[in-house]
Every structure is written in structure tokens, then in C-alpha cells.
Design a protein around this ligand. Structure first.
Ligand code: NAP
Length: 429
């Protein structure tokens, strides 16, 4: 008897779960339900557009989606209606893999979200990647200085995209509007700010190395950085990414003809955003190495906070304060499971989600017995009753082909950026 499984979300952990279930060779029907019209979540909207090799994992996921036992329901958000409870009544097992899609909030006593020029990294990253909810963000690039707060790979992605030349973005799938805005931007100086030191940064080797190889941008450390590293740790055997980072010079070479500079500053925490007419103009920082609350100000018209992610609330699902689902070994309750960032926090590379998928698939194969659930047929009936139009797997195939066909010679795809645009395209087929 066929086990009917619904997976909510269509990022890496959804596909690794489906892949593991298929490998288990149980008789199953797997429906991947996604609130956007397209699958692949973080790979499409989180991974930087100039990191196409990272996006190649999509080819593996395409094979999973192509399996006859797998179907896609795009454009369907599971929260109020349909709800988790609706799915629980239609399927034998339900897996939540919705990731963490919100910005972790900076702990500053100011209503910063109303300030023009301040953005969380999810907003900025989703903007350049063409996410339907963020394509109209229109970040302020009419400023010569940007500040990026945070010392992780997302901070590096944001900085790199801001300073790359058009030539360096040629083979990327950056949206046309973002490429144009970045090419025409006034930004010459980007500061990447860490609250701790260079040896505490979370950058990985490939990402930090790229910062030293940019065509029109020098990467430097702020003056005096190396002398502040405690206990002469630089003399020790340090990991490769720190060796690369600490090899950056402490000032721009006078011979450099590169027009842009990224400066890494450390031991600083933002304490205040200063604005004029609700437009950000500078940020006050405190020096975390100072004993007498020393502060100073950097002028900038663009601030991106890249300090990690938070989960979004799903009706009826208990989470902790960071939006992580409360579960025991990936089991939320009988027949309800979770995997990926929403189950363990926003860390690790794409492949890290494989383990979660394998674990959930083992739980399902060991513990779930088919109970003649309606599954896919029931979901289609419900969506029909609710008058909700969804994007099927075959329709996604058409959309995918169209995105690839309409791209220019160098870009791998030209993305659709709204559901209405997608429906219009499908209606004309
Ligand atoms: P992350 O690696 O956890 O880095 C977050 C950074 O924000 C840390 O430097 C952290 O400092 C800092 N931070 C946190 N709270 C702060 C606060 N209140 N004030 C100032 N700084 C604060 O997170 P991420 O960059 O969002 O990346 C998420 C995951 O995706 C990571 O595993 C990352 O490697 C992965 N990723 C990979 C790639 C790639 O492979 N190319 C690209 C993007 C993302 P502390 O260390 O002091 O807490």
C-alpha cells in the first residue's frame, strides 16, 4: 500500500528527504508543496548568483522531481488555509522543511526598519536574486559607502555583489534590474564589520579568497587589526581562511588602479543608526576592546545587517525564540516531522541537509503505515474547493525551459519574478 507523504517547502532539505524516501524503495507518493511558484528555495534565492557551481546541485534535485512518484504544488502556502491540520488529515506523513527566511534582528534600540537605506541581508539577497516578495526593494545604492554588519559568508556575498564589475557578473543569473542598479551604483567603499576578531570570523576559504581576486576592488584590513590579535595567535598554525584574511594589507596600495575598496573592520558593535529625514546617514559603533565605552561614527547611506536568520511562524507549530521548530530527533509529533534549517538553525552548507533528510526518511519508513489516505487526490480537491491555482511539476518544467531560453548568451537563466507573470506565460502556452 502506498504511503502518502507531503513535504512543505522545496529547498535542499525537502529534496534530500524526497531523495532518501525514493532510495528506501518503499511504495510512496511524495508531494512537495511550496509557497512560491518555483522549487529549490535557498538555492534559487539564497545562493549568490555568481556562484553557479554551488547551484549545480539543482541537477540532482531535478532527477528527484522527475521521479514519477513525486509531484510539485507551487504557489501554495501552508498556514491558515490549507493548514498543517488539513495536510495531516490528507496524508500519512507530513514533513516541514520551510527553512529560515527572516532576518535575525539587530539588538539596537531604534525603529530601524523604517529607515531608508537599512536592510536585512535576506531582503538584499532576495532582491538581487529576483524573489517575488523583494524585487521592488530598490535598495539605496546612490551612496559612496556601504556598511555590512556580520562576519559570515552572507556578509561576504553581499559585499562581493556590491563591488563586482559587470564582466564578473556575466555568467551569473543575477536579475537584470539588480545588475543594472549595481553597475550604476555610486558605491566605492564597503566596510564589513565584525563584533569579534578576524580569527573568530565565520568566512570560509573559497569566499575569503575571492575577496582578494576581484577585478576592480581591493580588500584590506583596517589599520592596526593584526596587532590586536591576542596572544600572537598569528604565529600559530591557523586555518587557511584566516591565513588568507590576515594576509590582506592594512592599507590600499598607492599603485592600485582599482576603483573600489572593501575594508574589514573588527571588534565593533553598532549602537545607533543616525538618520536625516528617515534616511540613514551614519552608524555609531562601540569599540569592543575599549574599557571606556569608546565610540565612533562611520558615514554611510547603505547598511546591510547580515547576522543570521530566523524562522517564520507556522500556525499550530511550536517554535523557540529563534523560530526553530521544537522537535525530538526531527519528530514533532506522531506523523509530523521536520528537517533542515527550521529544525536545527541556519548553519552549514547545502549538503549538511542530507543527514536530516535521511533521518526523517528512516523515521517514516520504520513507523508509518499506509492508512488509505487521500494524499494527492485529496489535496487537488481541497485546492479546487479553495479556488487556489497551483503550479504543477509539468508547468514548472515549461517555466524552467522558458527561463533558460530567454536568457542572453552568457547568463544561465532569466528568472520570472512574479506569480502573475508566470500565470500569464502558462495561459499563453
Ligand atoms: P553565520 O555564518 O552564522 O554568520 C553570522 C555573523 O553574524 C557572525 O559573524 C556573527 O558573529 C554575527 N552576528 C550575530 N549576531 C550579531 C549581532 N547581534 N551583532 C553583530 N554581529 C552579529 O551566518 P550567515 O552568514 O547568515 O550564514 C548562514 C549559513 O549559510 C552559514 O553556515 C554559512 O556558511 C552558509 N552560507 C554559505 C555560503 C557559501 O558557502 N558560499 C554563502 C552564504 C551562506 P559571532 O560569530 O560573534 O556570533
Amino acid at each position: 500500500m502506498t504511503i502518502k507523504i507531503a513535504i512543505i517547502g522545496s529547498g535542499p532539505s525537502a529534496f534530500y528527504t524526497a531523495q532518501s524516501l525514493i532510495k528506501e524503495e518503499i511504495e510512496c507518493e511524495i508531494d512537495i508543496i511550496e509557497k512560491l511558484f518555483c522549487p529549490y528555495g535557498l538555492i534559487r534565492y539564497g545562493v549568490a548568483p555568481d556562484h553557479q557551481s554551488t547551484k549545480n546541485v539543482i541537477r540532482v534535485f531535478e532527477r528527484t522531481l522527475g521521479n514519477p512518484d513525486v509531484e510539485f504544488f507551487g504557489g501554495i502556502e501552508i498556514n491558515n488555509s490549507p493548514s498543517i491540520e488539513d495536510l495531516m488529515s490528507l496524508y500519512d506523513a507530513v514533513v516541514i522543511t520551510t527553512g529560515m527566511a527572516k532576518d535575525r534582528s539587530l539588538d539596537i534600540n531604534i525603529n530601524k526598519r523604517n529607515l531608508d537605506g537599512y536592510y536585512g541581508s535576506t531582503q538584499f539577497v532576495n532582491w538581487y536574486n529576483g524573489h517575488p516578495e523583494y524585487k521592488n526593494l530598490n535598495p539605496n545604492l546612490d551612496t559612496d559607502t556601504a556598511i555590512i554588519i556580520g562576519n559570515g559568508n552572507v556578509a561576504i556575498d553581499c559585499a562581493r555583489l556590491l563591488v563586482k564589475s559587470p564582466k564578473e557578473l556575466e555568467n551569473s543569473d543575477i536579475t537584470e534590474y539588480a545588475q543594472k542598479a549595481i553597475t550604476n551604483s555610486a558605491i566605492k567603499q564597503v566596510y564589513i564589520i565584525g563584533r569579534r576578531g578576524p580569527l573568530d570570523a565565520k568566512f570560509t576559504t573559497v569566499e575569503i579568497r575571492e575577496m582578494g581576486e576581484l577585478l576592480d576592488c581591493d580588500s584590506i584590513l583596517s589599520k592596526g587589526t593584526l596587532s590586536k590579535i591576542a596572544n600572537n595567535l598569528l604565529g600559530e598554525q591557523i586555518a587557511k581562511q584566516y591565513r588568507i584574511l590576515t594576509s590582506f594589507p592594512e592599507e590600499k596600495s598607492t599603485n592600485s588602479n582599482k576603483t573600489k575598496t572593501v575594508e574589514f573592520k573588527f571588534y565593533l558593535s553598532p549602537t545607533n543608526f543616525i538618520s536625516t529625514d528617515d534616511k540613514i546617514s551614519s552608524v555609531e559603533f562601540k569599540n569592543n576592546l575599549s574599557n571606556n565605552n569608546e565610540t565612533f561614527i562611520i558615514k554611510a547611506g547603505l547598511i546591510i545587517s547580515a547576522i543570521g536568520y530566523q524562522g517564520e511562524q507556522i500556525l499550530g507549530i511550536e517554535t523557540d525564540s529563534s523560530g526553530m521548530i521544537i522537535h525530538n530527533d526531527n519528530i514533532i509529533k506522531n506523523r509530523l516531522y521536520t528537517a533542515g534549517w527550521v529544525s536545527r538553525g541556519p548553519s552549514g552548507v547545502i549538503g549538511t541537509n542530507k543527514r536530516d533528510g535521511a533521518k526523517v526518511s528512516k523515521h517514516i519508513t520504520r513507523n508509518i503505515k499506509s492508512k488509505n489516505s487521500l494524499g494527492r487526490i485529496g489535496l487537488k480537491e481541497l485546492l479546487n474547493k479553495l479556488k487556489k491555482r497551483y503550479i504543477s511539476k509539468d508547468q514548472w518544467t515549461l517555466i524552467n525551459e522558458e527561463e533558460i531560453n530567454r536568457a542572453n548568451n552568457t547568463s544561465p537563466r532569466l528568472k520570472f519574478t512574479s506569480q502573475s507573470e508566470v500565470f500569464k506565460f502558462l495561459d499563453n502556452q
